[in-house]
Design a protein around this ligand. Structure first.
Ligand code: NAD
Ligand code: MG
Length: 390
């Protein structure tokens, strides 16, 4: 039996991961499960999978978790340190699916025990890519991408020589507002931004899809994970979300990865790697689909993509500053403190200011540099927010 842990078990990715694990009784033993305030679900998952330990991120939720798991034989714990301790428990496979920069530390810790880390938490690569890859190498650990685009690129590259790659194209559904004119985007509400035309995901990544910040993160993620130079990486809008990414080679061949927009494709590929197993996903009927369409990703309407180019060119601490500013902008938008288009303006302002005051290209030496940059960017964002209120 393979020992597996799932961080962010109660979220969209976590629930899908446990769905796949649950379909193969006897194949996996669940070590650690983590969640946030959704204690009821976490406890139910821990009982169902007979987890060794269940961890809530919030110390004020510990008692509730303890009560919910009374008599279950599952240990309980709470807080950031507890998450790290749980990530250090020996496991063959660890899913990193906490949302936001908070997912970095547990994933990093898991690498130090030489495990296979299935990485859904894109913030880890955006904020600390080089540190993460170095940590994996140091401990003989492996990182498998779970973001659908990166799983697709990874699969298109199996058996290929990286030196023969000419370009990488990741697709973007375009999110909730792909057909909205700029004027209308100003008025977009949180509820409107929180519905996705193709994918069912957590609220934060759904809003990031509407603003294209998700695609911006994924461009940076592609550069960090695969090591291709930024000029080889592009995003194309593909409203049907059937092709997840394409890899172009120097002979002109373009290898595309197709699949239904269901995250269990990418999660299952990472879970079963290097084998393939049956997955409960819809098979594409090409005749029924009829045609696939593509359009240019519009940088004027979505400044996030332009910012991603700047971050990739700058490197170093720029990724951590970008992600923290983006998280702060998203918090402010969800709290209705700023408008939809203000998110791009806020991130631009924070990056400009940080670059002027601190410089952003300093190579990352340790996680502390990431955390410090993150804290500075969030504080700066709080200062800028009042000036954006309209
Ligand atoms: P979600 O909001 O549905 O779930 C997030 C999980 O993280 C929950 O278990 C929550 O309790 C936990 N969590 C939240 N804040 C936390 C904190 N401060 N400390 C510890 N735990 C915390 O999110 P999701 O959509 O499942 O996304 C998870 C990650 O996977 C994100 O990084 C996202 O960008 C990435 N991702 C998601 C999808 C998708 O389809 N949902 C696709 C690609 C990548
Ligand atoms: Mg994605």
């Amino acid at each position: 039996m393979r020992r597996v842990s799932v961080f962010g078990a109660t979220g969209s990715i976590g629930v899908n991961t446990l769905d796949l694990i649950g379909r193969r009784p006897g194949a996996f033993q669940v070590v650690a499960l983590s969640g946030g305030r959704n204690v009821k679900l976490l406890a139910q998952q821990a009982r169902q999978f007979n987890a060794e330990i269940a961890v809530t991120a919030h110390e004020d939720c510990l008692e509730e978790l303890r009560e919910a798991l009374a008599g279950a034989g599952t240990e309980v714990a709470a807080g950031k340190d507890a998450l790290i301790e749980a990530a250090l428990r020996p496991a063959d496979w660890v899913m990193s699916a906490i949302v936001g920069a908070a997912g970095l530390a547990p994933g990093f810790a898991a690498l130090s025990q030489g495990t296979t880390l299935a990485l859904a938490n894109k913030e880890s690569l955006v904020t600390a890519g080089p540190l993460l890859l170095a940590e994996a190498q140091k401990h003989g650990a492996r990182i498998l991408p779970v973001d659908s685009e990166h799983s697709a690129v990874f699969q298109a590259l199996v058996g290929e020589d990286y030196a023969a790659v000419e370009r990488v194209i990741i697709t973007a559904s375009g999110g909730a507002f792909r057909d909205w004119p700029l004027e209308k985007l100003k008025e977009a509400t949180v509820a409107q931004a929180s519905t996705h035309p193709n994918w069912a995901m957590g609220q934060r990544i759904t809003i990031d899809s509407a603003s294209m910040f998700n695609k911006a993160m994924e461009l940076i993620e592609t550069k960090e994970f695969f090591g291709f130079p930024p000029e080889m990486i592009e995003a194309v809008v593909h409203p049907e979300s059937m092709i997840h990414a394409l890899v172009g080679f120097k002979d002109g061949a373009l290898m595309a990865h197709l699949g239904a927009p269901d995250m269990r494709h990418a999660i299952g590929y990472a879970l079963n790697w290097p084998e393939r197993e049956d997955l409960p996903v819809k098979r594409l009927d090409l005749v029924e689909i009829g045609k696939l369409t593509f359009r240019k990703a519009d940088e004027a309407r979505f400044p996030a993509l332009r910012l991603a180019r700047e971050v990739m060119a700058t490197g170093g601490t720029a990724g951590a500053a970008f992600n923290a500013a983006k998280e702060a902008a998203l918090d402010a938008f969800i709290a209705e403190e700023i408008g939809f288009l203000d998110m791009g303006a806020l991130v631009t302002a924070v990056l400009t200011e940080m670059s002027a005051r601190h410089g952003l290209g300093k190579p990352l030496e340790n996680l502390d540099m990431v955390y410090q940059t993150d804290a500075t960017a969030r504080a700066l964002a709080r200062q800028v927010i009042p000036s954006l209120r309209t």
